[in-house]
Design a binder for this molecule. Sequence first.
Ligand code: 5AD
Ligand code: SF4
Length: 479
Amino acid sequence: MNEIEEQKQYMQKVKEINENIKQNDKENNKKLKYTILTMGCQLNENDSEKLCGMLEEMGYEKTENGEEADIALFNTCCVRENAEDKLFGKLGELKRLKEEKGISIAIGGCMMQEKHITDKIKQSYPFVDIIFGTHTLQRFPEDLYKVLTEKIKLEDILDIDGKVYEGLPIKRDSNIKASVTIMNGCNNFCSYCIVPYVRGRERSREPRAIIEEVKDLAKQGYKEITLLGQNVNSYLRVEREKQIPFEEYEGVHSFATLLEAINKIDGIERIRFVSPHPKDFTDDVIDAISKCDKVCKLVHLPLQSGNTKVLKEMNRKYTKEQYLNLVDKMKAKIPNLTLSTDIIVGFPGETDEEFEDTLDVVRKVKFEQVYMFIYSRRVGTPGDRMENQIPEEIKHKRFDKLKELVESQIEENNQKYVGTIQKVLVEGESKNNQELLTGRTDSNKVVIFEGDKSLIGQMINLKIVSEHMWYLKGEVVEK
Ligand code: 5AD
Ligand code: SF4
């Protein structure tokens, strides 16, 4: 029996426990409930969808109301410090629910791979029932079963790289857009980043498993697929370089060929991917984006810094000029290309002049969207050991300066949309006004418009009539 089949047996066992509780409590004949709080990136969101899939398989139902939950689950991130404050704040609140109702509390994800964090939880929040890491997510049913039956506290963390598991149940948040993890881990060791320490080394999923999953999603009616990985454009690279065997399937042996194969799947209308690394952006990937009609022409290309010296200290393996040349090459080869990026301000040693280079790149490239971060020291990374840390107030000043530039560019850029016709995938009702619908352009801009609910899930043409910083307003164009 493989490990996932074994876990399916644990899912069944927990389900039986829950059925018994229901039968013994006839007055209160309701399903047991769980809440889940997900922090961090889309990879974590995808992991959470798997945790939700396992919980539903075990007979639990999702609730947004913490007061009625029987299990509270956290899927944590540790890329920046604010996630820690958020977790500890929430745990403080949960103590009361633990005492009053005896709910089960489980914490998983990246932060649990950090020993100083798990030590703190065990010492200051001893009421937490399960602590599990990034390499043991698939064992959650077994962990939960043990906690429920043996009334123990459990820590299930591995420091070695986990395997790639197939066949876990999954409960997706949307029935229009789906994310598909194509690889786990990272080998790049950017000097500010904790990810390689908590997610382990790169390992890719087999092409067959990915293609079959996307075909199945297409059959279920999904229209948009986002391929996920810490470094998607090195998909299968380690396997090729180290001659780790993998089975080529439908011509897939690299990231470019994966895009081409998914582009052929009927029913899928849009393909996105995050995140690629500029140093691995080879010509075959650029060509694949250019020729695959379903691959969105918005590429997320993390810059981090626009200064060559800072980039070297960050261990990013490209210079300012190489980044700009790559952008020029991509713009020349991919018609209608738009770009988004990640930028960190206040990396150790960054001077005002060096920060100006970042602003210079932002001015030149004119990104569609910029995700801006203030450098956050992460225990165990080379960046944390550097002596020339930047004072908080300077970091904040630089952040504000960058934000001002980015926002002025967004306003200018939004103007370009007004009067144009955009293809929009309609995602549902607008959150702020249920009379309106919301969707996204190829370049991932939110568009709000009036329309019939039957349009949800369809790709339609909208005329953009006005811009409002974070969204556009559109009108349906009659066919
Ligand atoms: N401090 C600030 N931002 C960080 N990121 C990663 N590590 C840190 C850190 N220590 C940002 C990078 C990355 C994004 C996901 O988070 O910009 O691309
Ligand atoms: Fe972190 Fe760099 Fe890996 Fe991205 S590529 S996960 S920033 S180490």
